[in-house]
Ligand binder design. Structure first.
Ligand SMILES: Nc1ncnc2c1ncn2[C@@H]1O[C@H](COP(=O)(O)OP(=O)(O)OP(=O)(O)O)[C@@H](O)[C@H]1O
Length: 266
């Protein structure tokens, strides 16, 4: 694996992330069972499902933060169970994560937060890290003076952007976003969606996005995967969701809220 482009060894049509037969449980409660999922290079995949179905659990399992009882996770063509520590570190450098509530360190400024992954994975001078962090700040549309602020001094939308800047700190090939627009007003959410689409288009990012936001699913996601009954019920573009015959999928994509989103012009 090259460090410059960890996905470089993959054929263009091979999934950048391949999850097979994943089973995860806590105690006697099974959350995921025999789940398969592919994420294609350069796509924005929206991952939806009812509350508590296991969307965050799957994301954390892919990242190796939850134990699994079975199945395999391949990232950039590498089975995570069959790689040495150096390859694992290379892969971890190539994914960025935005956790559900931002998860910035409250005692660090925004610039210092963005530099946390740089300190962990690279040996750079403080001056260079400052320059790089300022570039990430601009990339996510935050003003330069936001860099010296602490998380408690930021609005919800700014926290999301700062968290995204930190997720982008190491120029990842894929980012995992857990409900990035939750808590934002519709305008802020729309602007964040536009930012994600712009980053995908300009940086060639692959995006795995857990979301409940129908507007996001309609406006930026190339494909949508629906989690239900402990596995992926259906995966495809919005047109597939609109014709899929399953009670939850029908209620979600063709119910009253969906019709409201359509009426708003999305
Ligand atoms: N570490 C854990 N130990 C025990 N149970 C857990 C753990 N992590 C998650 N769970 C349980 O797994 C289930 C799925 O949780 P998860 O957070 O993945 O749901 P979700 O689909 O992301 O929900 P939401 O949309 O509400 O955020 C829940 O019942 C949760 O309580």
């Amino acid at each position: 694996m090259t460090t410059d482009d960890p996905a470089g060894d993959l054929a263009a049509d091979e999934p950048i992330l391949r999850v097979r037969d994943i089973t995860v449980g806590f105690g006697d409660k099974l959350i995921l069972e025999g789940l398969d999922l592919d994420v294609k290079r350069g796509e924005i995949l929206g991952f939806v499902g009812g509350s508590g179905t296991g969307k965050s659990v799957l994301m954390r399992t892919i990242l190796g933060l939850n134990p699994r009882r079975g199945g395999t996770v391949e990232v950039f063509g590498h089975d995570l169970d069959a790689i040495d520590a150096a390859t694992r570190t290379g892969i971890e450098r190539s994914w960025g994560v935005l956790f559900q509530h931002g998860a910035l360190f409250s005692s660090l400024t925004v610039l210092q937060n963005i530099q946390v992954p740089m300190r962990e994975h690279m040996k750079l001078s403080q001056g260079l890290m400052d320059d790089l962090a300022r570039i990430k700040l601009a990339l996510v549309g935050l003003p330069p003076d936001a860099g010296a602020k602490f998380p408690s001094e930021l609005s919800g939308g700014m926290i999301k952007r700062a968290s995204l800047a930190r997720a982008l700190a190491l120029d990842p090939a894929i980012v995992f976003l857990d409900e990035p627009t939750s808590g934002l007003d519709p305008i802020g959410a729309g602007e964040f969606d536009d930012l994600i689409a712009k980053l995908r288009d300009t940086l060639g990012l692959t995006v795995f996005m857990v979301t409940h936001d129908l507007d996001s699913l309609r406006s930026v996601c190339d494909r949508i995967a629906v989690l239900g009954d402990r596995k992926v019920l259906v995966i495809g573009p919005m047109s597939t969701m609109l014709t899929f015959d399953h009670p939850w999928v029908k209620a979600y994509f063709r119910g009253a809220r969906a019709r409201g989103a359509t009426a708003r012009g999305n």
